[in-house]
Design a protein around this ligand. Structure first.
Ligand SMILES: [Zn+2]
Ligand SMILES: [Zn+2]
Length: 130
């Protein structure tokens, strides 16, 4: 009996399952999927993200000549959860994750675009003064 049971955090990352569970024919968990392949699952439910040994990009990203980007850690739990659903719910969940990724990159890019806008203004100035 364990009297002092650790309080589990409210949110547990759904990744560490028992070995027996993960070793059965690599379930499609999205945990290792790259971002592009994961989002592709919305339209192509059977798509699999596979990476050849020694390769930096997964096979699909190589094929479409796109830089392979892993799913952001903060997105992963939602991605993994979405693939546990089936049918329409799954599609909707993947779509929701897509939105999360969009929001996230918008947040990250905001600073960059603010900087870019400022640069544009700076560029415009000489023109106006001409
Ligand atoms: Zn991939
Ligand atoms: Zn990839």
């Amino acid at each position: 009996m364990t009297a002092t049971r650790n309080k589990k955090p409210l949110f547990v990352k759904p990744q560490k399952y028992s070995k027996s569970e993960t070793s059965q024919k690599l379930e499609n968990t999205a945990a290792d999927d790259c971002q592009r392949c994961f989002l592709r699952l919305e339209a192509y439910p059977d798509h699999a993200c596979e990476t050849r040994q020694g390769s930096r990009s997964c096979n699909y990203c190589l094929l479409v000549r796109h830089r392979c980007q892993p799913l952001p850690d903060e997105i992963k739990p939602a991605a993994v959860a979405s693939l546990k659903k089936t049918g329409k719910a799954r599609v909707n969940a993947i779509r929701a994750v897509r939105q999360m990724i969009k929001d996230r990159s918008r947040r990250i890019n905001r600073k960059a675009s603010e900087q870019a806008a400022r640069n544009k203004q700076l560029k415009r100035e000489p023109e106006d003064s001409l």
